[in-house]
Design a protein around this ligand. Structure first.
Ligand SMILES: Nc1ncnc2c1ncn2[C@@H]1O[C@H](COP(=O)(O)OP(=O)(O)OP(=O)(O)O)[C@@H](O)[C@H]1O
Ligand SMILES: CC(=O)N[C@H]1[C@@H]2OC[C@@H](O2)[C@@H](O)[C@@H]1O[C@H](C)C(=O)O
Length: 365
């Protein structure tokens, strides 16, 4: 039973892979009642995507340049995506109470209490005539939290009737997990998911990703390199912890001497090992892993994960969720929680001192 009359909230996010703007809708009371609706992905205009990709590869710029024009362009792309979503799904703006606008992460450095998502909620609210929440991660980071991951409380709401302990794994550009066991929710970023492999196959083959993991599956893993990558102090750090998309790039240069196949196989093996290392930070071994994000479509990742973890590893579609839109839905859900003053993050999900609300509300009028 809903705790209060449910409202409809659109969530919109472009993840670290920048492969597109995901838009979805959720009807929710901000607590355990969640009914996800349809979702759509819309590409960034190619020149905008290129500009953003160049920017994230230059942390000093991403941190300190004002980027006002770029921020407006990112916002306009999101507004266009939300408009098309409403047209294609036949959902009029008047039926939507709220928009949760995540924006585009370009730099994330919680240790200096800094996180930056490009996007102007006020412009979204004004142009679409719907109240909009943005800046979800800022209060968390300002109080010493990791500022990520933020999807876990949505995972908790969705997973309430599933057998537990269960692990939800998001394989995006960066990987993150949510461990759920009754009232216990533990979450953290695991390591690179597809970011290193995406950038490697782009450099070597001009491909935006290794489709179905075919290249990685055809190569031989350099185990010594995987061991070297896994010696990164990140894996020894206690949870919660979070990552910037570029965090592993400088130290993963060892693959450059390998063939395309062996390099891809080695980076994929690193992703799998970094996911398995998540088990160090949870109290009981999960009975099942559910995988969301684009990496669930990588058959090589999925097969290797199952072998490595020794328990069922299924795409989230196995329990009726849509792995392309969980993150977008989560920001719709979190927007509702934000307006109710409910926590968006917990000490066990981001390391905030207390359960913490956040987000900034921009009224449509
Ligand atoms: N068919 C496929 N085969 C292999 N990999 C795929 C496939 N489809 C998508 N991917 C991978 O999924 C990635 C995109 O995943 P997703 O959209 O979940 O990332 P994101 O949301 O941008 O990242 P993050 O969760 O880190 O913010 C692509 O960059 C690609 O590596
Ligand atoms: C700072 C930032 O945008 N982090 C992303 C990124 O992509 C995956 C992982 O790293 C996760 O921590 C987070 O995204 C999801 C939406 C989250 O906050 O749960």
């Amino acid at each position: 039973m809903p705790q209060r009359p449910p409202t409809k909230a659109i969530g919109v996010i472009s993840g670290t892979s920048m492969d597109g703007i995901d838009v979805s809708i959720v009807e929710t009371d901000g607590e355990a009642f969640v009914e996800p609706g349809p979702g759509r992905t819309f590409s960034y205009p190619e020149d905008l995507r290129k500009t953003l990709q160049e920017l994230i590869a230059e942390p000093a710029r991403a941190q300190s340049e004002p980027l006002a024009d770029l921020e407006r362009a990112v916002t306009q792309a999101h507004i266009g995506a939300i408009r098309r979503f409403m047209e294609e799904t036949g959902i009029p703006a008047k039926d939507v109470s709220l928009i949760g606008f995540h924006g585009q992460t370009v730099y994330h450095r919680p240790e200096i209490r800094f996180t930056r998502q490009l996007g102007l909620g006020a412009m979204v609210a004004q142009e679409l005539g719907v109240d909009t929440v943005d800046r979800f991660r800022h209060a968390d980071v300002a109080s010493g939290g990791e500022g990520a991951p933020f999807v876990p409380l949505y995972h908790r709401a969705l997973a309430s009737s599933l057998p537990q302990p269960i692990m939800i794994l998001n394989l995006g550009g960066v990987g993150n997990v949510t461990y759920i066991d009754g009232g216990t929710v533990i979450a953290f970023d695991t390591g690179p998911a597809s970011a290193l492999l995406d950038d490697f196959v782009l450099r070597r083959r001009g491909l935006s990703f290794d489709e179905n993991g075919k290249l990685a599956a055809s190569g031989k893993v350099d185990e010594k390199l995987v061991t070297e990558f896994m010696s990164n102090p990140f894996f020894g750090r206690p949870a919660p912890k979070s990552l910037d998309r570029q965090d592993f790039h400088a130290r993963a240069k060892g693959v450059e001497v390998l063939s395309d196949e062996d390099g891809a196989a080695t980076l994929a093996a690193f992703t799998i090992e970094s996911v398995a290392a998540a088990l160090r930070h949870v109290p009981r071994a999960p009975q099942r892993w559910l995988v969301t994000g684009g990496g669930r479509l990588n058959a090589h990742f999925m097969g290797r994960l199952h072998e490595r973890l020794g328990v069922p590893v299924d795409p989230v579609e196995a329990v009726g969720w849509n792995g392309d839109f969980l993150e977008a839905q989560a920001f719709g859900y979190l927007a509702v929680r934000s307006t109710l003053g409910l926590p968006l993050s917990l000490p066990t999900t981001t390391g905030v001192p207390n359960p913490m609300s956040g987000g900034e509300l921009h009224r449509a009028a």
